[in-house]
Design a protein around this ligand. Structure first.
Ligand code: SF4
Ligand code: SF4
Length: 373
């Protein structure tokens, strides 16, 4: 595996910020946020990643309060994202750009992204003319680097890049568990970008925190090799060891977390070949844990009369069963199943008759209803 000469920089993801009310994502604790930003900046890192929709549309405002109003503009870089799928029409979608500038308190973005492309989400960006709109903003100097984030597979990524080779970078979900995953396809997506000479920003290097709290059997594989190394450092160093990476994002919300991640990425070195082999064993141990053997082929979904998002539901069950991460499993379920939740299944059985893995889909869906709805 190709390895960078030094670890890529850490980026601060503004999507899991400290709250004053845990039930209200807009209740960002700005004082605590300032403390986190200070530790991050003192550590020598400068990349901040927000999005129009994070924290009930308050993340960009928090960035202004905790960073922009407290540090010189040239001392940091800001990335934010435009979610076409939150808008009702082109006018509303385009208006988000100026709202983001205002909320962040800046007059240009260092990095600007179309947010979360892939499959059914991609056409909205075309329909609203957002590619041309952003090209215009770049020509005006309001965007320095233009790109997009995507959570889909390599085939979908290639489709977007074939249609839009003008982008400067891509934001991808990369971590050692998803690296060889048939669903996320981190490695294939990364290779697509490398073939086209596109740098990447890495999101989800610890899979939303899942790779910080590994099942014991998997954590033991890592601990046996380097007893003193934190579990988190394996995940961050894996992402940071890849060449041509702009930043490795982490959504941090405590001073301890920021300090730990800063130390790992500032003082750490890229993984050795031997360490890559250990990661491979950890991945194999994880894959051997009980789970639904879904390969994301999606044959089942073509004939489903109710549009059940079967593959995503199987993925959520695996996050729950294999990773033991109920929070992330629920989050994946809420974000990615849309109107195709397990409870709309009418138990016709059409999906089971075509599933090459012979999964008892209907009973798994019943389980998902109990767990996630
Ligand atoms: S059993 Fe449920 S999920 Fe499967 S095809 Fe029928 S409605 Fe869709
Ligand atoms: S057909 Fe089976 S393996 Fe393929 S996506 Fe559906 S449940 Fe998964």
């Amino acid at each position: 595996m190709e390895t960078a000469e030094k670890l890529a920089p850490l980026g601060f993801g503004f999507m899991r910020l400290p709250l004053t009310n845990p039930d209200d994502p807009t209740s960002i604790d700005i004082d605590k946020c300032c403390e986190l930003v200070d530790i991050f900046m003192e550590g020598g890192f400068t990349y901040f990643d927000s999005a129009r929709g994070y924290h009930g549309c308050k993340s960009e405002w928090a960035l202004k309060k905790a960073l922009v109003e407290r540090y010189p503009r040239e001392s940091f870089t800001i990335a934010t994202k435009l979610p076409a799928w939150l808008a009702k029409n082109a006018e509303e979608a385009r208006a988000m750009f100026d709202i983001s500038l205002q909320e962040c308190g800046v007059d240009y973005f260092d990095y600007y992204l179309l947010h979360n492309l892939g499959e059914s989400l991609t056409p909205g960006f075309e329909e609203y003319g957002l590619w041309e709109f952003c090209a215009q903003k770049k020509a005006e100097g309001k965007i320095k680097k233009f790109g997009f984030s995507i959570h889909d597979n390599a085939e979908e990524l290639e489709k977007v890049l074939d249609a839009h080779p003008e982008v400067d970078f891509v934001q991808l979900q990369i971590n050692y568990v998803d690296w060889e995953s048939d669903i996320i396809q981190s490695r294939k997506c990364y290779e697509v970008c490398q073939e086209r000479g596109l740098p990447v920003v890495i999101m989800e290097p610890v899979k939303g925190g899942t790779l910080v709290k590994l099942p014991e059997a998997v954590a033991d594989v890592l601990r046996e090799t380097e007893p003193g190394a934190s579990i988190t450092s394996w995940a961050l160093r894996f992402a940071g060891s890849l060449p041509n990476v702009i930043a490795v994002l982490s959504g941090m919300n405590t001073p301890e977390m920021v300090a730990e991640n800063v130390a790992i990425m500032r003082d750490g070195v890229p993984l050795t070949e031997g360490e890559h082999a250990v990661i491979e064993r950890a991945r194999e141990t994880l894959a051997a844990l009980p789970g639904v053997p879904c390969t994301d082929c999606r044959y089942c979904m073509k004939g489903c009369p109710e549009g059940v998002h079967i593959n995503t539901i199987m993925q959520s069950l695996n996050i729950y069963d294999q990773m033991g991460d109920a929070y992330r499993a629920q989050e994946n379920y809420n974000w990615n199943t849309g109107a195709g939740k397990a409870s709309v299944c009418i138990q016709c059985g059409a999906c089971e008759s075509v599933c090459p893995q012979h999964i008892e889909i209907v009973s798994q869906l019943e389980r998902a209803v109990k767990l996630f709805e």
